[in-house]
Design a protein around this ligand. Structure first.
Ligand code: SF4
Length: 104
């Protein structure tokens, strides 16, 4: 029997995180997409959106996507540098924001 592992999810930790963008505040400068293009992308409307594991933009308001552990540093840097203060990183388990404008 062959055991196959799904690679690349990066979310199998007890502190799994997810990220979403408040497009109402996005300035469209693209800093996030420069830091973490695997997670963020600008759409033709000039605003940034998060992407799912299949590279699809998630355009529903408030849509979130898991933060792959290897990209956590880049995603956090994006949240800190975001001029719109509109990148929110929260724990999956209790939805508490850990990086972003609403983090303590
Ligand atoms: S860094 Fe912030 S303001 Fe800039 S494009 Fe990304 S989400 Fe929008």
């Amino acid at each position: 029997m062959t055991v196959q592992q799904e690679a690349g999810s990066g979310t199998d930790t007890s502190e799994a995180l997810e990220v979403w963008i408040d497009q109402d505040l996005c300035t469209g400068d693209g800093i996030c997409a420069q830091y973490a293009p695997e997670v963020f992308e600008l759409d033709i409307d000039g605003l940034a959106y998060v992407k799912d594991a299949d590279d699809e933009l998630l355009q529903q308001p408030g849509a979130s996507t898991p933060v792959p552990l290897p990209l956590l540093t880049d995603v956090v840097a994006s949240a800190k540098e975001c001029p719109g203060d509109c990148i929110h990183v929260r724990r999956v388990s209790d939805s508490v924001e850990v990086y972003g404008p609403d983090a303590e």
